[in-house]
Design a protein around this ligand. Sequence first.
Ligand SMILES: [Zn+2]
Length: 236
Amino acid sequence: MSRSGTPGGQPGTQRTVEQAPVATEPARAYAELVSGNRRFVAGEPRHPNQDAGHRAAVADGQHPFAVIVGCSDSRLAAEIIFDRGLGDLFVVRTAGHTTGPEVLGSVEYAVSVLGAPLVVVLGHDSCGAVQAARESAATGIAPPGHLPAVVDAVLPSLRRATAEGVHDIDGIVDIHIAQTVETLLGQSPVLADEVARGRCAVVGVSYRLAAGVVRPVAAVPAAAVAGASTPVAPAA
Ligand SMILES: [Zn+2]
């Protein structure tokens, strides 16, 4: 596939528009996201790949270097918090980053068809979906409408947290992020095979709303985040 503008790409490829480097390997892709997040946190974003020239350049095809399976929370916009632009991230968002067939199919499309080498589960502190699940479990009262579809998807993480003696909301969120990583790999043989072949990695990160920083909480394989300065908490 064409990756013009990529360092180490095809010899002789003319860079006609200014582009930021695009990572192609799992660890490199993760490092790229961490770098962007650091720029965002520092208040020094470069807003790469957001100009009109790049918009035209990617119109004929996309080669995103990461898939983001994130919570829909309005404060968690992937391209902003990772300081990326058009064509960089393939984003799938649901409340509480809950997964179902459409989410799994979207992830598989991005990884196996578009060739994305990294899947990031993006959760955050004070997640309303996790809080709603906890309230529903505590009261025994199901929320109205289709909300139970979200709440029920979070309940396994809630039970796991209880079994591990974790009761604070952000600790539960971390467990839910790790659980989502495992769910993606467990329910998608396509993704699991890409990871087993070393072509893709799945990393779970937790975002802090106030600070804007992401912290890895789970990674398969762990080497995918080895270059990051923050340690990976053991996947429960
Ligand atoms: Zn949330």
